[in-house]
Design a protein around this ligand. Structure first.
Ligand code: MTE
Length: 313
């Protein structure tokens, strides 16, 4: 399981974070500020960053720009358009924040975000991110393994699934006035999927705290599954012995199964899933073939040994 990712790209293809920070500093403070920052090593905007260590789980791929990642979003509580979340998510109050952990755990309760973060180590992980709508991005998440939090809560022997819920505040989330989904947004994982080291709780992108549109202050990221499994702004995690209901499965059971593993051989009923368009390449960007389990096959295929992945989509 250890070791670097197999990939068709080299490490030289990765956008260095230094280049990203420099670009942002140029935007923020002009060339003079950049010069001063370069001399001082780390200062200016970098001081506000999360300081996460790079992870061995990163993929050596060229990341999407911060602008792309924060402006092309799906967060239906703030509207169904791709730019609605960036326009509206500032309305969400994210401080204070806590996650209620309940169900089949030894230590149920409200876990404050600061307390959660004080007990985990943050890593930066460059992950492929594949949306069910057949677009994709490569995102440098900052986060920690969900397993660390679940271990702290003390998962009981009979638990088999983990259910997640997004905060529901109609006064701050204009999209929830429409009944496009059954709120609160709900997702679920099998316990072994939740405990897998690739499954993270993210609190940042590009070493910056998450913005509202990306699921501030804390969201799930499961890189071998379609993006809708990566539920945002989580306030509740429940350990259970029965498969939880999920918002998209309730809305369209034929289109969105419980597993939702990226699988180029299983089409969405209304379109193919065999290829994807990476956001940012422009209108004429070439479609690229989608990889089984989004390119994480060697690490997760074992979880589904013996399962019919066409029936369990
Ligand atoms: N979480 C909530 N609460 N509400 C949503 O509408 N959309 C999902 C997922 N998590 C969604 C959500 C979908 S469809 C995708 S593709 C990803 O968030 C998008 O994450 P991003 O906007 O940070 O790229």
């Amino acid at each position: 399981m250890a070791g670097r990712w197999k990939s068709d790209l080299n490490w030289s293809d990765v956008t260095p974070k230094a280049a990203f920070m420099n670009r942002r500093q140029i935007l923020a403070g002009g060339a003079a500020a950049l010069g001063a920052t370069a001399l001082a090593g780390v200062s200016g905007p970098a001081q506000a960053t999360l300081g996460a260590a790079p992870s061995k789980w990163s993929m050596p791929l060229e990341t999407n720009s911060y602008e792309e990642i924060t402006n092309y979003c799906n967060y239906y509580e703030f509207g169904t358009g791709k730019d609605d979340p960036a326009a509206n998510a500032h309305m969400l109050t994210t401080e204070p924040w806590s996650i209620q952990i309940d169900g089949m755990v030894d230590n149920p309760g409200d876990y404050g975000l600061e307390d959660i973060l004080a007990n985990v180590s943050l890593e930066e992980r460059i992950y492929r991110f594949r949306c069910v709508e057949a677009w994709s991005m490569v995102i440098p998440w900052v986060g920690f393994e969900l397993k660390d939090l679940l271990d702290r809560a003390g998962v009981q022997a009979g638990a088999k699934y983990v259910a997640f819920e997004t905060v529901l505040r109609p006064e701050e989330m204009p999209g929830t006035r429409s009944r496009v989904l059954d709120w609160p947004y709900r997702e679920g994982l099998r316990l072994d999927e939740a405990m897998h080291p690739l499954t993270i709780m993210a609190t940042g992108i590009y070493d910056e705290p998450l913005l509202g549109q990306n699921g501030a202050p804390i969201r799930l990221v499961v890189p071998w599954k379609y993006g809708f499994k990566s539920i945002k702004s989580i306030v509740r995690i429940t350990l259970t012995d029965t498969q939880p209901e999920t918002s998209w499965n309730m809305a369209g059971p034929r289109e969105y199964g419980f597993y939702s593993n990226v699988n180029p051989q299983v089409d969405h009923p209304r379109w193919s899933q065999s290829s994807e368009r990476k956001i940012g390449g422009g209108l004429f960007a070439k479609r690229i073939p989608t990889l089984m389990f989004n390119g994480y096959e060697e690490h997760v295929a074992d979880l589904y040994a013996g399962m019919d992945l066409k029936a369990n989509y």
